[in-house]
Design a protein around this ligand. Sequence first.
Ligand SMILES: *Cc1c(COP(=O)(O)O)cnc(C)c1O
Length: 405
Amino acid sequence: MTDSKRPSKVDTTGLDLATLAVRAGQVRSQFGEHSEAMYLTSSFVFDNAAEACARFTQGAPGNVYSRFTNPTVTLFEERLAALEGADAAMATASGMSAILAMSMALLKAGDHVVCSSGVFGATIQLFSGILGRFGVRTTYVDGGALPAWETALAGGAQLVFLETPSNPLTEVFDIAGISAIAHRAGALVAVDNCFCSPALQRPLDLGADLVIHSATKYLDGQGRVLGGAVVGSKALIKEQMVPFLRTAGPTLSAFNAWVLLKGMETLDIRMQAQSARALELARWLESHPAIERVYHPGLESHPQHALAMRQQRTGGAIVSIMVKGGREQAWHVIDSTRLISITANLGDTKTTITHPATTTHGRISPEARLRAGIGEGLIRIAVGLESFEDIRRDLARGLDTVQAV
Ligand SMILES: *Cc1c(COP(=O)(O)O)cnc(C)c1O
C-alpha cells in the first residue's frame, strides 16, 4: 500500500540540532504523508485475541491504549530525546506533571531532595507542600557557590533539582560542578531546561541525569497547548518513569503532542532570534535612567556571565528589570505598554510582561520574596519575535515617564 520505497524513518546519526528538530522521530504510515500524522484514538485494535493477549501481558511491541503509548506522542518523545542528546523521553500532560512523575518514580518516604532556590513557584509547592506530606524532605540552596551544595548534600540525598537560568532573576547554576558533587553524594541530578530548551543548553552533556521540560513554553513556542517531558537514559525513563505514567495517567494528549512537534520544527531559529532581541533589549535597558538593574545572562554585568556563556549557547530570551520607584512605577511601565501582552506565560513569539511580586510570586510571604530577590520594582519580560524597535518603543513609553522617588 505504500507509494514510497524510501525508508519511513530517518536515520538521525550525525545530524545537527536544527535538522533533528524538523526530522527526528518521524515514521510515515502506509499513506506516505509528508507532515506528521495525528493519531487521535484512545485505543488500538488487534488482529486477534492472541495478539491482544501478547501486547497486554507479554510485552509484545505495539500500541494498546493511549494512556500507555500513542504514535504521535512517541514521535514527540523521540524528537525531544534526539534534541537533548538522550536515549529516551517520556511526555507528560504539563511541565508540573513531568516533575511529579519523576518524583513519584524516584522518591519514597524519608528521602531527601536538594533544590536550587528561585525555582518555579509550583515546583516549591510540589516538593515542600505535596511531597512533604508523604515524608519527602526538601532543602533549598541559595546561589551557585559549590561549597553551599557540598554542605546541603553532606548528609546524602536521592535527587538534586536545578532550574537554570532561574525565574525571574536569571541566576545561572553550574550544572557540571553541582552534578559532580551530587553524584558523589549518591543523588541523581534533574535540570529544568525550560528557559533554554535544548537549542541553547543540553544538561545531559554537562553531567545531569535527567532533563525536565515544560513543553508549554519554548517547545510549543506559540502559547497554544500545555505539555511536558522527562528526558534521560532508557533505564531511568523506560524502567522507572514509564510504569508510573501508565498507571497514574498524566499522559500527553496526541493532539497536544502534534502541536508541540510542529512548534519544535522552528525551535532553533526562534531561540536564536528571540535571544538576539533579548540581548539587544537588555543592553538598551541597562542604559535607561529609570532602571536600577537589568538581569540577563548575556550581559557582561551578569554575575555568572562567564558560566552562562560556557554552558549555554546564548543568554536566552528572558530579561528582568528592577525599575526605580517600586510597585507603583513598575505597574506604570506595565500599564503603559500597548503591544506587549500582560500575561504570566513565557516562551511565546508574542512578548509578555509580568510583575512577579504580585503575580507568580504573589502568594509567598514578603520575607521569602525579599530573600528571593523579588523586589516590588521587578518586571519580567519574555522577549518574543516582534521587532526590537517595536518592543523598545512599547517599553520606553512607560520607562521615559517613571516618577522615581
Ligand atoms: C511553566 C514552568 C513549569 C511548569 O510547566 P507547566 O507546563 O505550566 O506545568 C516548570 N518549570 C518552569 C521553569 C516553568 O517556567
